[in-house]
Design a binder for this molecule. Structure first.
Ligand SMILES: Cc1cc2nc3c(=O)[nH]c(=O)nc-3n(C[C@H](O)[C@H](O)[C@H](O)COP(=O)(O)OP(=O)(O)OC[C@H]3O[C@@H](n4cnc5c(N)ncnc54)[C@H](O)[C@@H]3O)c2cc1C
Length: 402
């Protein structure tokens, strides 16, 4: 159809799906023909299924993005846990010691600090919204090739079919095929850590508190789930993660109870297990003419502050806004100067978060007693610094636009 731009989004994770939904609900949706392709089968959420292994802490600001196209109500009424409090402490201290960082929704006059949501529930809810739009969804369709063809890109699906795009949006995750095929380099900072993930039933109620205990090998995150269990993300050595994967339930419960310093009493394993090698990475460029990277394809950050998906959602919003604005002004949405507006809006903010997380992880992983003392003094200071606390919470709530 003349006058319409073909946009192909590669990747149906939360970032790619959100971009598709924002474009389909935007003021310029009539000027776009959007196709979303994903290598995996369509994700399905069933309320009768156990809580999925992969859950994310979603900031209130990110929930607002998903609400803007009508998918949040379904998530909120299905299975989420709002968390109102956050506690972060060093292994050398007690969980309720003077150096513990404390954040409470009340203090910042917000109903909650965020939500713990299953990734598959977010995908399912956004897909139900997309089903009511004319976005063309193709699951189980890996992209196996991509090349420039004049002013467009031609994408080859692995079954031999082709797609043409005026703009390709690569939302295909940290090991992005599109990014690599387009020749965009990535800077990588290995952490020598693996994130071990499982769910546990604590002896004491979690009290809707998201907790993080910093250990020498990496942080142990404990996220509250709606059914009273907690989801742990234990960033540790590859060897310890391997032990955790192969230990029996009693052994693993003991390992994690100890790592948590029994802050919730004994922890009993009640859920699947998984392990994810960690590294930080940042694409040198987010855009080329007719191509943009978003989400983990552009940046991967340490999960210690639960920011990865939140950053991806902010990318999605920024890119959708830039595309709409360009079309309104009569510009081609794939032109480099147009896409550079998106890159300028997001690359600096994502880089700051990435380096902050990497630095924080290093600072806490240091065994030096002097650094340990400095760290705890810094945390005590942070607790009484109004402006610093406010800024940190604003970022964590996803309230600030870059
Ligand atoms: C242990 C752990 C805990 C985390 N906890 C949090 C948290 O609490 N809060 C938070 O905000 N973030 C968290 N994150 C980060 C978050 O999970 C990621 O940042 C987020 O999922 C990235 O989403 P995405 O859509 O960009 O990429 P992905 O979710 O990786 O999606 C990429 C999609 O692209 C598809 N794809 C890949 N290659 C191709 C191809 N060739 N053709 C077609 N499709 C393709 C894949 O099938 C996939 O569906 C955590 C990460 C880890 C590892």
């Amino acid at each position: 159809m003349k006058g319409r731009f073909d946009i192909v989004i590669v990747g149906g994770g939360v970032t790619g799906l959100t971009t598709a939904a924002l474009l389909a609900h935007g003021a310029q949706s009539d000027a776009l023909r959007v196709t979303l392709v994903d290598a995996s089968p369509r994700p399905m959420y069933q309320a009768t299924d156990d809580v999925a292994l992969r859950v994310s802490a979603i900031a209130s600001g990110s929930a607002d993005i998903i609400a803007s196209f009508g998918a949040w109500d379904r998530i909120a009424s299905t299975r989420v846990c709002r968390y109102e409090h956050m506690r972060i402490w060093d292994e050398a201290d007690e969980a309720d010691g003077p150096s513990t960082l404390r954040f409470d929704a009340d203090e910042f006059a917000v109903p909650q600090l965020g939500f713990i949501v299953e990734n598959v529930l977010m995908q399912d809810a956004i897909l139900r919204v997309l089903d009511r739009t004319d976005v063309n969804l193709r699951f189980a369709s890996p992209i196996g090739g991509i090349e420039r063809d004049g002013e467009r890109y031609r994408l080859e699906l692995e079954d031999g079919r082709q797609l043409n795009a005026d703009l390709v949006i690569a939302a295909d995750g940290a090991r992005s095929f599109v990014r690599d095929a387009a020749g965009i380099e990535v800077a990588t900072w290995p952490y020598a850590q693996t994130a071990f993930v499982t769910h546990l039933r604590p002896q004491q109620p979690h009290g809707s508190i998201a907790r993080q205990r910093f250990l020498a090998d990496g942080p142990l995150g404990m996220l509250p789930l709606a059914d009273g269990r907690i989801s742990v993300v234990w960033s540790t050595t590859a060897g310890t993660a391997e032990c955790a994967l192969t230990a029996n339930d009693d052994e693993l419960g003991r390992m994690l109870s100890e790592a948590s310093d029994y802050v919730l009493g004994d922890l009993a394993v009640e859920g699947p297990r998984g392990a994810f090698p960690l590294c930080a990475q940042h694409a040198r460029h987010y855009v080329l003419p007719r191509l943009a990277l978003i989400g983990d394809a552009a940046h991967a950050v340490h999960p210690l502050a639960g920011q990865g998906a939140n950053l991806g959602l902010q990318d999605a919003r920024a890119l959708a806004e830039v595309i709409e604005e360009a079309i309104t002004k009569g510009e081609h949405p794939g032109d480099r100067p147009v896409l550079r507006r998106y890159e300028r809006a997001r690359k600096g903010a994502n880089g700051t978060m990435l380096h902050f997380m990497t630095g924080l992880n290093r600072l806490f992983a240091s065994g030096s007693p002097t650094l340990g003392e400095l760290r705890r003094a810094g945390m005590r200071l942070f607790n009484v610094s109004g402006p610093l606390r406010e800024r940190a919470v604003k970022t964590a709530l996803g309230a600030g636009r870059s």
